[in-house]
Design a binder for this molecule. Structure first.
Ligand code: AMP
Ligand code: ZN
Length: 113
């Protein structure tokens, strides 16, 4: 049984505010936004985290970034944006389904860590 929160969101078992979907990618608004635009972009296939990306699934990362460009345009992020991935315990990853945070809509703080 798949107990992954984001797999349940993709399957529609848990509600989300969808902003984009295609064959490979699903994107929805973060429930606790850190910027005026805060969208989570993820492969539909369950990959737990960035250190499980390999040649069998890395094309899905490209699909996520194709989607990010489309979503950024649709959200009007003409002046730029930030993409963040948290990986594992030290990276602060709380949901173990690979996802990219798309953040924008304001001048973001300069610090990374
Ligand atoms: P991370 O800490 O990188 O694993 O990011 C997980 C993100 O998922 C956090 O920014 C949470 O606010 C967000 N999140 C958790 N549950 C939900 C949910 N049900 N709907 C939308 N976003 C969620
Ligand atoms: Zn999952």
């Amino acid at each position: 049984m798949n107990d992954c929160l984001f797999c349940k969101i993709i399957a529609g078992e848990i509600p989300s505010t969808k902003v984009y979907e295609d064959e490979y990618v699903y994107a929805f608004r973060d429930i606790n936004p850190q910027a005026p635009v805060h969208v989570l972009v993820l492969p539909k296939e369950h990959i737990c985290c960035a250190d499980k990306i390999d040649e069998s699934n890395s094309a899905l990362v490209g699909k996520c970034f194709e989607a990010i460009a489309k979503i950024a345009a649709a959200e009007g992020l003409k002046n730029g944006y930030r993409v963040v991935n948290n990986c594992g315990e030290d990276g602060g990853q709380t949901v173990r389904h690979l996802h990219f945070h798309l953040l924008g809509g304001k001048k973001l703080p300069e610090g990374m860590a």
